[in-house]
Write a protein that binds this ligand. Structure first.
Ligand SMILES: *[C@@H]1O[C@H](CO)[C@@H](O)[C@H](O)[C@H]1NC(C)=O
Ligand SMILES: *[C@@H]1O[C@H](CO)[C@@H](O)[C@H](O)[C@H]1NC(C)=O
Ligand SMILES: *[C@@H]1O[C@H](CO)[C@@H](O)[C@H](O)[C@H]1NC(C)=O
Ligand SMILES: *[C@@H]1O[C@H](CO)[C@@H](O)[C@H](O)[C@H]1NC(C)=O
Ligand SMILES: [Cu+2]
Length: 636
């Protein structure tokens, strides 16, 4: 590697910093998230057609209806000129009105509804937090539940409830139902489930429609489960070292070192990276790498088949929304001192914007690592030593869906890599039992006994990333090389060639642009380097949750770009039947060679709880790396 690379990169970032501080106002970008004033317009436009008083109107999803890729790319190319035509600005909205699901597109410049159609397929839209709260409250006034609380000698005022999706288990007709689980208060109430009670609430009627109380086991104790620092003996914070802030943010566009990208917020996906480009000094221009990347789904099945637990197979993005449950980040703890924060907005159930302060943080990270180095001692009379430190720029969001916290990081590196990481922390899903010692247990408890009357239930997590890599243009191919004694390289022609379960064979996976060659004649590309967590689903293929998340049987999929194929588990995930998943789309076996393709990668965790995960779980991380390959020395 040329030793001058880093110096040039630093000069360039300085230049960038200087030029951008001069542009006083930040301009709008067509991929920017829906703004608070746009949410108000959307609410007005739709409420005019569906007055809430007569329609029970609820906003289940409001997001950006993106302009076409070609529109975005030509907008970028003319964005340096002064005359710039902004592409149309539209929003995609899912509402419930009169017990029906509508898909609506609103033109935000014309302030009008462009299309409105009733969805009649399987599955229901994402849940709002308001309807969950209403259902949770309702249960506390339901007489049979009040009797169950009394029977257990508990105080009703100390009970808190939370909502779970019901899944789909082959029923022909399903209503818009959720199940409510209740816990007994303490800070860490997840350790204290009121086990054995099943409550079904119909969301359209806002009524309890099913109730059973089947099992009486003790409520686990609260002692020793409060994880707050004020309660702990170690209360000193460890502060890191940091360099100064030296990146530039203009609206939602970020530039740092040799990178620039756009960052956006969506109520379902959470953090979205778009238009990531890397600067090529030889050509003196930015080269496109990643058109778009985000978490498409996060599937978490618990592995307990009993009556009270079998349905707990949660799709955190499609059912609950990684953005809706994004946490406000705490300066100096969630993010270091040099971090810059951004706020996010989503539409509440009534359409009004809800603000999440500090939803993202962006910071430069130097952790003492080495990007590259060499010491040369073989030249007589000389010692040459060159070292470059590894500095990266991190964009971070944390989503707390119920008991679990997911730390979502996109890490850009000067070397050209993008390291994508997800960290799992928070509180385990816990089940109350009658046991206090392993020796008493004669049945399968589907988990680990962690404390008196407390089982941490086995669970898996499958984090599926959508990665629309457009390396130097949108026609790309996917190349799989199996490293045997003789290397076998195969360019995937159709979708079935690109479906990969990582395992014993060492393989190299590269997205290439076959139309762009280096001086040496190699295709330019990006390697996908799988990381530590490579679990794939253990559920059998005909198990209903597995039918709904069939794509978790493979780690890698490649599909031809199709604007509507965005959500790996389908647009409507609550009670979905698996008829609109990545696995179904891919079964068409379309051609993917020298095409605009999308790479899907799943980071999978088998989580067998252990004592150290209780009462709060230290972060367990997984991820992958996108690493440039043959990007330099381009001929054309
Ligand atoms: C976007 O692309 C689709 C399919 O290629 C096309 O039907 C549609 O007209 C395009 N829309 C715009 C605004 O260019
Ligand atoms: C409106 O919601 C209430 C409960 O919140 C329900 O009883 C009623 O049937 C709903 N009406 C319609 C038209 O959906
Ligand atoms: C990209 O692919 C399309 C359709 O597959 C083809 O028409 C076009 O010529 C390709 N462009 C390049 C640069 O190969
Ligand atoms: C895009 O994907 C959807 C859903 O799989 C499909 O119905 C549609 O036909 C696809 N469009 C194209 C142009 O392939
Ligand atoms: Cu887990």
């Amino acid at each position: 590697m040329a030793p001058s690379l880093s110096a040039l990169v630093i000069l360039f970032s300085l230049f960038f910093f200087l030029t951008s501080t001069h542009s006083a106002h930040s301009h709008e970008h067509p991929l920017d998230p829906i703004t608070p004033s746009e949410f108000f317009h959307i609410q007005t436009i739709i409420s005019n057609s569906y007055p809430s008083s007569t329609h029970n109107l609820t906003f289940q999803y409001v997001g950006l209806e993106e302009p076409n890729k070609s529109t975005i790319l030509s907008w970028i190319h003319c964005s340096s000129s002064t005359a710039k035509n902004n592409p149309p600005r539209k929003s995609f909205i899912i509402i419930r009105a009169n017990k029906e699901t509508h898909e609506i597109i609103v033109d935000l410049l014309q302030r009008s509804i462009i299309s409105d159609k009733v969805y009649t397929g399987h599955g229901y839209p994402p849940l709002t937090s308001e309807e969950q709260t209403a259902a949770n409250q309702l249960v506390l006034t339901y007489p049979p539940f009040i009797r169950s609380v009394k029977k257990r000698k508990l105080k009703l005022s100390e009970v808190v409830c939370s909502s779970f999706t019901v899944g789909w288990f082959g029923e022909e007709y399903v209503k818009r139902n959720i199940k409510i689980l209740c816990f007994y208060l303490d800070v860490n109430f997840y350790v204290r489930p009121i086990e054995g009670v099943t409550i079904v609430v119909n969301l359209d009627e806002m009524k309890v429609t099913e109730y059973t109380d089947r099992i009486m086991v003790p409520i686990p104790k609260a002692e020793g489960t409060d994880y707050r620092k004020s309660k702990s003996k170690q209360s000193k914070d460890v502060m890191g070292i940091h360099d100064g802030r030296c990146f530039d943010i203009d609206g939602h566009s970020v530039s740092w070192a040799n990178w620039k990208f756009h960052i956006s917020f969506d109520v379902r996906a959470g953090l979205i990276i778009s238009l990531a480009s890397i600067y090529d000094q030889e050509k003196d221009k930015f080269r496109h790498v990643l058109y778009k990347g985000f978490i498409s789904e996060l599937f978490t099945p618990y592995m307990d088949p009993t009556e009270e637990w079998y349905y707990r197979t949660i799709f955190d993005a499609g059912e609950f929304g990684l953005g809706q449950y994004a946490s406000q980040l705490e300066p100096l703890k969630d993010c270091p001192a040099n971090a810059v924060f951004m706020d996010g907005y989503y539409a509440g159930q009534d359409g009004n914007p809800v603000e999440i302060k500090n939803v993202f943080c962006i910071f430069e990270k130097y952790a003492g690592d080495i990007m590259w180095r060499h010491t040369e001692t073989s030249i007589p009379g000389k010692v040459i030593r060159e070292v470059r430190k590894e500095v990266s720029l991190v964009a971070r969001m944390v989503s707390t869906v119920g008991n679990y916290d997911y730390i979502i990081d996109w890490k850009f590196q000067e070397s050209g890599s993008i390291k994508v990481e997800v960290g799992l922390t928070g509180i385990l899903g816990m089940k109350a039992t009658e046991y206090t010692h392993k020796g008493q247990i004669k049945e399968d408890i589907f988990g680990t006994l962690l404390s008196d009357y407390t089982v941490g239930v086995y669970q898996d997590h499958f984090v599926t990333y959508y990665l629309d890599l457009d390396v130097d243009g949108d026609n790309n191919s996917f190349v799989k090389s199996t490293l045997k004694t003789k290397r076998v390289t195969e360019t995937a022609k159709t979708e079935s060639d690109a479906k990969i379960k990582l395992g014993a064979d060492p393989i190299e996976l590269v997205v290439v642009n076959p139309n762009k060659k280096t001086k040496m004649g190699n295709d330019v590309g990006y390697r996908l380097i799988p990381g530590r967590q490579q679990a794939s689903s253990l559920l059998s293929d005909d198990d209903y949750p597995q039918i709904r998340a069939a794509y978790t049987k493979y780690h890698v999929w490649v599909t031809p770009y199709n604007k509507s194929e965005k959500w790996a588990s389908g647009l409507y995930v609550d009670q979905s039947r698996g008829d609109d998943t990545l696995a179904v789309w891919s079964s068409r076996n379309r051609e993917i060679q020298n095409k605009d393709i999308v790479l899907w990668y799943t980071v999978g965790f088998h989580h067998v709880p252990c004592q150290e995960d209780f009462p709060v779980m230290p972060t367990l991380s997984g991820g992958f790396e996108l690493r440039l390959k043959e990007i330099r020395s381009l001929t054309t």
